[in-house]
Design a protein around this ligand. Structure first.
Ligand code: IPM
Ligand code: MN
Length: 348
């Protein structure tokens, strides 16, 4: 986050635009300081803002708390729900200079790829009721409920089709229609919405097959649309194929405002990396690219957003690599979080 804010400040000094921001605690840090993952004043500050730039929450230290008090279920999910952030955009971009960081075969990712995951974020198994763990007939039993209303599928499908129209006009919708009632409704609803977008080529894949096809031929995909849990899983897979989870930004958006912008929460797609916390070696790019998405979607600043994306590309092209994307390739060097941030600020 420190590096991301330096980038935002540079955008500011370069463009003359002023960004007013405040720092609020959330997740593990908030539990430690205030005993609550999502303190009232954090929520109020978010309500009074035009966008939320979100760091990462969670870690082993808080895993023994009751589930609803943990950073994920006590802060991140309630924030998504509170602000109605149903549309999660996760651009999985494999930079051509980073294909060697991808664990998949060189010929598969050669030249890089660019897939946009559109994940439904406020429905499905994450939020469906009932949801509990209790003893039934003498043994512990867990229940999660997968539930989608047609209107919830429709609105996320519109987001995906509109995104596809602005890109390669190719949309793959993911479901499990061979097993789940939810899958049948998902597929039928997406088909219905498709009628309004005749210029977009729509295809459907079962989620298991999608997991396989994405790794077999990521370049064959443009926009991928999935419900909450499937999108969670597939977007991690895409991030890894692209080289590192540390590169993947995300935008979580609610309803569009009248001026075309969105209230949104912008965060790296990955969670925390407790194994390297505090060492100063994490890749700041996902957080920095989340600033770009914030400028694009919440502030309508396309030029500034694209400027950050170009600066990231430039820093990578210059050979800077945090540990997660460092492979020892010639012309590259391993850098710290702060060095990567400084490189991007300089490129900007
Ligand atoms: C993500 C994360 C979250 C999710 C966790 C931290 C609750 O994995 O944003 O993908 O599952 O949505
Ligand atoms: Mn996830």
């Amino acid at each position: 986050m420190a590096e991301a804010l330096k980038v935002l400040d540079r955008v500011s000094s370069k463009s003359g635009l002023q960004f007013e921001y405040s720092h609020e605690l959330v997740g593990g840090a908030a539990i430690d300081a205030k005993g609550k993952a999502l303190p009232e004043d954090t929520l109020r500050a978010c309500e009074g803002s035009d966008a939320i730039l979100f760091g990462s929450v969670g870690g082993p230290k808080w895993e023994k708390l009751p589930p609803n008090e943990q950073p994920e279920r006590g802060a991140l999910l309630p924030l998504r729900k509170h602000f109605g952030l149903f549309a999660n955009l996760r651009p999985a971009v494999c930079h051509p200079a980073l294909t060697h960081a991808s664990p998949v075969r060189a010929d598969i990712v050669e030249g890089g790829f660019d897939v946009l995951c559109v994940r439904e974020l406020t429905g499905g198994l994450y939020f469906g009721q009932p949801k509990f763990r209790k003893e039934i007939d003498g043994e512990m039993t867990a229940v999660d409920t997968m539930i989608y209303k047609e209107s919830e599928i429709e609105r996320i499908a519109h987001v995906a089709f509109k995104a596809a129209q602005l890109r390669g006009k190719n949309l793959t919708s993911i479901d499990k229609a061979n097993v789940l009632e939810n899958g049948l409704l998902w597929r039928a609803t997406v088909e219905k919405v498709a009628k309004g977008y005749p210029d977009v080529k729509l295809s459907h894949l079962y989620v298991d097959n999608a997991a396989m096809q994405l790794i077999k031929n990521p370049k064959g995909f443009d926009v991928v649309l999935a419900e909450n849990l499937f999108g969670d899983i597939l977007s991690d897979e895409m991030a890894m194929i692209a080289g590192s989870l540390g590169m993947l930004a995300s935008a979580s958006l609610g309803k569009q405002r009248d001026d075309g912008s969105y209230f949104g929460l912008f965060e790296p797609s990955g969670g925390t990396a407790p194994d390297i916390a505090g060492k100063g070696i994490a890749n700041p790019i996902a957080q920095i690219l989340s600033v770009a998405l914030m400028l694009r979607f919440s502030f309508g600043l396309e030029e500034e957003a694209a400027g950050i994306e170009a600066a990231v590309k430039k820093a990578i092209d210059s050979g800077s690599r945090t540990g997660d994307i460092f492979t020892g390739a010639s012309g590259t060097r391993r850098v710290t979080t702060a060095e990567m941030g400084a490189g991007i600020v300089e490129a900007l």
